[in-house]
Design a protein around this ligand. Structure first.
Ligand SMILES: C[S@@+](CC[C@H](N)C(=O)[O-])C[C@H]1O[C@@H](n2cnc3c(N)ncnc32)[C@H](O)[C@@H]1O
Length: 217
């Protein structure tokens, strides 16, 4: 297996990795369409890890661009390699902290978000770090076009219930749809069937996969 350092070095040479230190990184906000050289919608995967959703969705939808976002370069490396191997010109990876999302995307530049198995941050004191907490939702609302879908997949019951509570308490959420057992649900469509690294681990342990989707008005 390649060391982290050699993965980081390869990322610097990969066109589909946008990260600090590259000239493209400083000017990417508002310029994703010229980066992809098309006008297709741009959908994000937050905390993408190895980028299974970014790669899987890009293969399913050639006329949508997908950007996997994660802070860990060694994980992004794998998604980037897989996207290259499949010659997916509509998949890219952005190495940032999600709190910096608005520095990399202009208002309404994105058209959808997938949040795949985020760290649950179970302690009350960590609520602000949950990717479905109000401050993150406000950020998503800024970068998304109205009526864009936000999808969450999680193994974690507490995060699932927390997310539903946060969303039910908002007046700007519509079409809230959810299941605490995705694999036996009507919501288990072709996109929902893509599996991530963490999902495979949890599913093997017999943990039900939970799924939530909604739009902001
Ligand atoms: C539990 S892993 C899930 C990875 C992948 N989505 C999966 O399902 O296999 C959470 C991922 O989110 C990333 N992450 C956590 N907090 C982040 C943040 N604030 N900004 C960027 N990435 C973050 C981690 O680096 C990690 O890759």
């Amino acid at each position: 297996m390649r060391s982290k350092l050699s993965r980081f070095a390869e990322n610097t040479q990969r066109k589909n990795v946008v990260e600090p230190g590259k000239p493209i990184f400083a000017k990417i906000q508002g310029n994703w369409h010229s980066y992809f050289e098309n006008d297709y919608p741009i959908v994000l995967e937050l905390g993408c890890g190895h980028g299974e959703y970014t790669v899987g969705l890009a293969a399913l939808h050639p006329k949508i661009n997908f950007v996997g976002v994660d802070v860990k370069g060694a994980r992004i490396w794998k998604g980037s390699r897989d996207a290259e191997a499949l010659q997916l010109s509509n998949a890219a990876f952005l190495r940032i902290r999600i709190l910096q999302l608005e520095d990399s995307f202009a208002e309404q530049e994105a058209a959808g978000i997938w949040i795949t198995f985020p760290d649950p941050h179970p302690k009350e004191s960590e609520e602000k770090r949950r990717l479905t907490s109000p401050r993150f939702l406000e950020m998503y609302k800024q970068v998304l076009q109205p009526d864009s879908w936000i999808h969450l997949k999680t193994d974690n019951l507490a995060l699932y219930e927390y997310t539903l509570e946060v969303l039910r308490n908002r007046e700007d959420v519509q079409n809230l749809t959810y299941t605490d057992n995705l694999y036996i649900s009507d919501l288990y469509g072709i996109e929902q069937q893509i599996q991530t690294t963490y999902e495979r681990k949890f599913a093997l342990r017999g943990i039900n996969i939970k799924y939530v989707r909604f739009q902001f008005r």
